[in-house]
Design a protein around this ligand. Structure first.
Ligand code: SF4
Length: 240
């Protein structure tokens, strides 16, 4: 829900102050939570991270990228064996199928390179806007906003977006955040969401944004519909 009566000028000043404080806590560069040495490794690590913790993905990819050293290795791999290799990340049938198919497309259609535009990225098997934007921002340094569950929830609580649809949230944030903040908005907000602005019990009294946040005195739950809260709770339960 956008804040009623907040002028564009006031919102711009508030956004700048929010970003300055986030930068002061987490640095003025995006943090990378998934370990990867190149674009396709980050792409596959991100595919594996769906409904899985980053720590678990990093444990799995440490061995995986030693075993499969190139896109060709993934493209020609035995699917059942790949499923076993990534089993502990969950949803391994789909993830293995998508990674193998994605590697095949990258080898056959892109000469082993990861494309640099969102349309080509989201046309790859298993790649949605979240993954595509993460690659654009973190690998190619092209301004892009990654909307995950933390970004969706907290952008709404901060009154900078008002949607439960990640694509709408992405476009709303593009309108209110200066481009220079786009890439690190995601990782800064994830860091805030994992510590203070948690899904169920935000620690507003400890939060360094509490004088800039319209949810602080109200019930932050009111920023989301009951249906969305239920969905988010179920998703959080799966991630644990
Ligand atoms: S004040 Fe509360 S609702 Fe607002 S960002 Fe901080 S923890 Fe989240």
């Amino acid at each position: 829900m956008f804040i009623a009566k907040e002028s564009k000028k006031k919102r711009e000043a508030r956004v700048r102050e929010i970003m300055e404080r986030l930068d002061a806590h987490y640095g003025d560069h995006p943090m990378i939570f998934l370990q990867a040495k190149n674009a396709w490794q980050l792409l596959f690590a991100t595919i594996l991270s769906a409904q899985c913790t980053d720590a678990r993905v990093n444990m799995v990819t440490e061995k995986l990228f030693q075993k499969y050293k190139s896109l060709e290795d993934f493209a020609s791999c035995n699917l059942k064996e790949l499923e076993e290799d990534i089993h502990s990340t969950g949803f391994y049938h789909n993830k293995a199928k998508n990674i193998k198919a994605c590697a095949t497309v990258l080898v056959e259609e892109y000469g082993g390179e990861v494309p640099k535009d969102i349309d080509s990225l989201t046309a790859l098997p298993g790649v949605g806007r979240k993954t595509g934007n993460l690659i654009l921002g973190n690998i190619f340094h092209i301004p892009s906003i990654v909307v995950d569950t933390h970004v969706k929830r907290i952008s709404n609580r901060l009154g900078l977006a008002d949607s439960s649809d990640p694509t709408k949230t992405e476009f709303q944030l593009m309108d209110v955040l200066p481009e220079e903040f786009w890439i690190r908005w995601n990782t800064h907000i994830i860091a805030l969401g994992r510590t203070l602005c948690t899904s169920q019990k935000p620690k507003c009294e400890l939060c360094y944004l509490n004088d800039l946040c319209p949810s602080v005195k109200g019930d932050p739950e009111t920023w989301r519909s009951p249906a969305e809260r239920k969905k988010e709770k179920a998703a959080d339960g799966k991630r644990k």
